[in-house]
Design a protein around this ligand. Sequence first.
Ligand code: NCD
Length: 312
Amino acid sequence: MSSPKDFSGRDIVSARDFGRDQLEYVLKTTEDVENGSRSLDGAQSGKLAALLFFEPSTRTYSSFQIAAEKLGMKVTGFAGPSGSSVTKGETLHDTIKMFEGYGADVFVVRHSKMGAARFASEITGRPVINAGDGSREHPTQAMLDLYAIRKAFGRIDGLKIGMLGDLRYGRTSSSLAYALSNFDVEITFIAPGALQMRNEVTRFLGKKGVTHRKESELRAVARDLDVLYVTRIQKERIPDPTEFAKVKGLYEVNLEALREAKPTLKVLHPLPRVDELATEVDDTSYAHYFVQAAGGLPLRAVLMNLILGGSN
Ligand code: NCD
């Protein structure tokens, strides 16, 4: 079983860096914090979190901010490029160095370039949390997705999980696939060819012996799924506007699309949604995305506390 020492001083850059024991430890600790049997209030008081979001964000930024404040930390940084010197051309390197000089104890970095968080972790000796880099990884989102799945079913093993949408350019689905590879699950990637899951991810799953397949239509598989993870088309990352025009509006999860789904199906979405998930689903027992988002707060508090050497 994992213990706090497995986390102290670590970076959280890729969902691939964490094994089953460590993930289960994070999930269990998050559950304890959420149900009130453990408290992290003030556990890191006096420390400073630098939230450096080179790409716009609302929920991820605020959940890290509230989580850090819950730990008693001070928060500095910026929630998008417009409020920072990035618009003047300041580099990631210089920004990290500057906030290091201001005494940041932990960095939370979001960036449009893949590998940015790894690069940041090489610049500073303080722990770096990847809050999303390009189309590649979003490991804390993957952990909160696991937490939401476990909360709904009491387990992760044995579930059939569908991921739908822009799997090629979305970073949440690849990180989630990596995290799920530690469990006994079946994954179905549902997307039109142009948006299908990247080979580097399916190769990884193949090597780990995870059952997975690709489908183009939700209709063909909806009735088999326990979890449907819906994602938005990542308009800002699709290199060619004519490619975007071809896939725009191609899928929408609504009650009609879920007609044959199991009554116990849970629909997840990392949010924000655009038009791929109809609001009519919100009032059904399928909707699990707001519960999912809420879990991000205790989970991020647990992670920051652990990497800062907290004993909980
Ligand atoms: C996601 C992201 O930024 O990758 N959002 C999030 O962190 N909850 C998903 C998205 O933007 O579509």
